[in-house]
Design a binder for this molecule. Sequence first.
Ligand code: HEC
Length: 130
Amino acid sequence: MIFAHRVAGLALVMAALTPAIAFADGKSLFLDNCSACHQPTGKGVPGAFPALAGSAFVQGDPKIVMTTVLNGRAGMPSFKDDLSDADLSAILTYVRSSWGNKAAAVKPADVAAARAAAKAVAKGRGLQAH
Ligand code: HEC
Protein backbone atom coordinates (compact mmCIF):
# COMPACT_ATOMS: atom_id res chain seq x y z
CA MET A 1 0.00 0.00 0.00
CA ILE A 2 2.83 2.37 0.84
CA PHE A 3 4.36 1.43 -2.47
CA ALA A 4 1.11 2.13 -4.30
CA HIS A 5 0.94 5.48 -2.55
CA ARG A 6 4.46 6.34 -3.60
CA VAL A 7 3.74 5.45 -7.21
CA ALA A 8 0.55 7.51 -7.20
CA GLY A 9 2.45 10.37 -5.57
CA LEU A 10 5.20 10.20 -8.16
CA ALA A 11 2.68 10.16 -11.01
CA LEU A 12 1.09 13.27 -9.53
CA VAL A 13 4.41 15.06 -9.22
CA MET A 14 5.29 14.14 -12.82
CA ALA A 15 1.90 15.28 -14.08
CA ALA A 16 2.39 18.57 -12.26
CA LEU A 17 5.92 19.06 -13.61
CA THR A 18 5.52 18.01 -17.22
CA PRO A 19 3.54 21.00 -18.53
CA ALA A 20 5.87 23.38 -16.69
CA ILE A 21 8.90 21.84 -18.40
CA ALA A 22 7.29 21.85 -21.86
CA PHE A 23 6.28 25.47 -21.32
CA ALA A 24 9.79 26.53 -20.27
CA ASP A 25 11.31 24.75 -23.27
CA GLY A 26 9.00 26.39 -25.77
CA LYS A 27 9.61 29.77 -24.24
CA SER A 28 13.40 29.58 -24.34
CA LEU A 29 13.32 28.15 -27.86
CA PHE A 30 11.02 30.99 -28.92
CA LEU A 31 13.37 33.53 -27.34
CA ASP A 32 16.35 31.97 -29.15
CA ASN A 33 14.77 31.50 -32.59
CA CYS A 34 11.85 33.87 -33.04
CA SER A 35 11.92 36.80 -30.63
CA ALA A 36 14.52 38.84 -32.53
CA CYS A 37 11.76 39.56 -35.05
CA HIS A 38 8.48 38.79 -33.32
CA GLN A 39 9.70 40.22 -29.97
CA PRO A 40 9.62 38.52 -26.56
CA THR A 41 6.16 40.04 -26.06
CA GLY A 42 4.89 38.35 -29.26
CA LYS A 43 3.75 41.77 -30.42
CA GLY A 44 6.16 41.95 -33.36
CA VAL A 45 7.20 45.23 -34.94
CA PRO A 46 4.41 47.02 -36.81
CA GLY A 47 5.13 47.21 -40.51
CA ALA A 48 7.97 44.70 -40.31
CA PHE A 49 7.20 41.62 -38.22
CA PRO A 50 3.62 40.51 -37.63
CA ALA A 51 2.29 40.14 -34.09
CA LEU A 52 1.81 36.54 -32.96
CA ALA A 53 -0.01 37.70 -29.81
CA GLY A 54 -3.73 37.86 -30.46
CA SER A 55 -3.23 36.59 -34.01
CA ALA A 56 -6.13 34.65 -35.54
CA PHE A 57 -3.66 33.04 -37.95
CA VAL A 58 -1.49 31.69 -35.11
CA GLN A 59 -4.54 30.34 -33.29
CA GLY A 60 -6.06 28.92 -36.46
CA ASP A 61 -5.41 25.68 -38.35
CA PRO A 62 -2.18 24.33 -36.81
CA LYS A 63 -1.20 22.67 -40.14
CA ILE A 64 -0.93 26.05 -41.86
CA VAL A 65 0.99 27.56 -38.94
CA MET A 66 3.43 24.62 -38.93
CA THR A 67 3.96 24.79 -42.70
CA THR A 68 4.58 28.55 -42.51
CA VAL A 69 7.33 28.13 -39.93
CA LEU A 70 8.83 25.01 -41.57
CA ASN A 71 9.05 26.61 -45.03
CA GLY A 72 9.35 30.28 -44.12
CA ARG A 73 7.43 33.00 -45.94
CA ALA A 74 8.41 36.33 -47.50
CA GLY A 75 10.79 37.93 -44.95
CA MET A 76 10.73 34.97 -42.58
CA PRO A 77 13.44 32.32 -42.86
CA SER A 78 12.66 28.61 -43.18
CA PHE A 79 13.18 26.61 -39.98
CA LYS A 80 12.86 23.06 -41.30
CA ASP A 81 16.59 22.41 -41.21
CA ASP A 82 17.17 24.08 -37.83
CA LEU A 83 14.35 22.89 -35.60
CA SER A 84 13.40 19.32 -34.71
CA ASP A 85 9.78 18.17 -34.50
CA ALA A 86 10.02 18.35 -30.69
CA ASP A 87 11.50 21.89 -30.73
CA LEU A 88 8.94 23.21 -33.17
CA SER A 89 6.03 21.62 -31.32
CA ALA A 90 7.26 23.20 -28.07
CA ILE A 91 7.63 26.63 -29.74
CA LEU A 92 4.24 26.51 -31.41
CA THR A 93 2.54 25.24 -28.25
CA TYR A 94 4.11 28.18 -26.40
CA VAL A 95 3.15 30.70 -29.10
CA ARG A 96 -0.42 29.38 -29.32
CA SER A 97 -0.95 29.56 -25.55
CA SER A 98 0.91 32.74 -24.53
CA TRP A 99 0.13 36.47 -24.43
CA GLY A 100 -3.60 35.75 -24.22
CA ASN A 101 -3.56 33.22 -27.10
CA LYS A 102 -5.68 30.17 -26.34
CA ALA A 103 -5.20 27.55 -29.06
CA ALA A 104 -4.55 23.83 -28.66
CA ALA A 105 -1.07 22.40 -28.20
CA VAL A 106 0.91 21.10 -31.17
CA LYS A 107 2.45 17.62 -30.80
CA PRO A 108 5.78 16.49 -32.25
CA ALA A 109 3.86 13.93 -34.35
CA ASP A 110 1.79 16.78 -35.84
CA VAL A 111 4.99 18.55 -36.90
CA ALA A 112 6.37 15.33 -38.37
CA ALA A 113 3.18 14.95 -40.45
CA ALA A 114 3.31 18.60 -41.62
CA ARG A 115 6.98 18.16 -42.51
CA ALA A 116 6.21 15.05 -44.58
CA ALA A 117 3.29 16.76 -46.32
CA ALA A 118 5.41 19.84 -47.13
CA LYS A 119 8.12 17.58 -48.57
CA ALA A 120 5.60 15.76 -50.75
CA VAL A 121 4.31 19.08 -52.10
CA ALA A 122 7.84 20.31 -52.85
CA LYS A 123 8.62 17.04 -54.62
CA GLY A 124 5.42 17.30 -56.66
CA ARG A 125 6.35 20.82 -57.74
CA GLY A 126 9.87 19.67 -58.65
CA LEU A 127 8.51 16.89 -60.84
CA GLN A 128 6.08 19.22 -62.55
CA ALA A 129 8.87 21.65 -63.38
CA HIS A 130 10.79 19.01 -65.35
C1 HEC B 1 14.21 37.20 -39.37
C2 HEC B 1 12.94 37.56 -38.77
C3 HEC B 1 12.00 36.45 -38.33
C4 HEC B 1 12.25 35.38 -37.51
C5 HEC B 1 13.56 35.02 -36.84
C6 HEC B 1 11.01 34.67 -37.37
N1 HEC B 1 10.03 35.27 -38.10
FE1 HEC B 1 8.07 34.70 -38.22
N2 HEC B 1 7.76 36.14 -39.61
C7 HEC B 1 8.67 37.08 -40.03
C8 HEC B 1 8.07 37.89 -41.07
C9 HEC B 1 8.73 39.05 -41.80
C10 HEC B 1 6.76 37.39 -41.26
C11 HEC B 1 5.72 37.87 -42.27
C12 HEC B 1 5.93 37.11 -43.58
C13 HEC B 1 4.99 37.59 -44.66
O1 HEC B 1 4.85 38.79 -44.80
O2 HEC B 1 4.40 36.74 -45.33
C14 HEC B 1 6.60 36.30 -40.32
C15 HEC B 1 5.44 35.55 -40.17
C16 HEC B 1 5.22 34.59 -39.21
C17 HEC B 1 3.96 33.92 -38.98
C18 HEC B 1 2.67 34.18 -39.74
C19 HEC B 1 1.94 35.28 -39.04
C20 HEC B 1 0.70 35.72 -39.78
O3 HEC B 1 -0.14 36.36 -39.13
O4 HEC B 1 0.55 35.47 -40.98
C21 HEC B 1 4.15 33.04 -37.96
C22 HEC B 1 3.13 32.11 -37.34
C23 HEC B 1 5.54 33.17 -37.55
N3 HEC B 1 6.14 34.12 -38.32
C24 HEC B 1 6.11 32.44 -36.54
C25 HEC B 1 7.49 32.44 -36.27
C26 HEC B 1 8.12 31.53 -35.35
C27 HEC B 1 7.40 30.49 -34.52
C28 HEC B 1 9.45 31.82 -35.39
C29 HEC B 1 10.56 31.11 -34.68
C30 HEC B 1 10.69 29.69 -34.92
C31 HEC B 1 9.63 32.92 -36.33
N4 HEC B 1 8.42 33.27 -36.84
C32 HEC B 1 10.85 33.53 -36.60
C33 HEC B 1 9.96 37.24 -39.55
C34 HEC B 1 10.60 36.36 -38.72
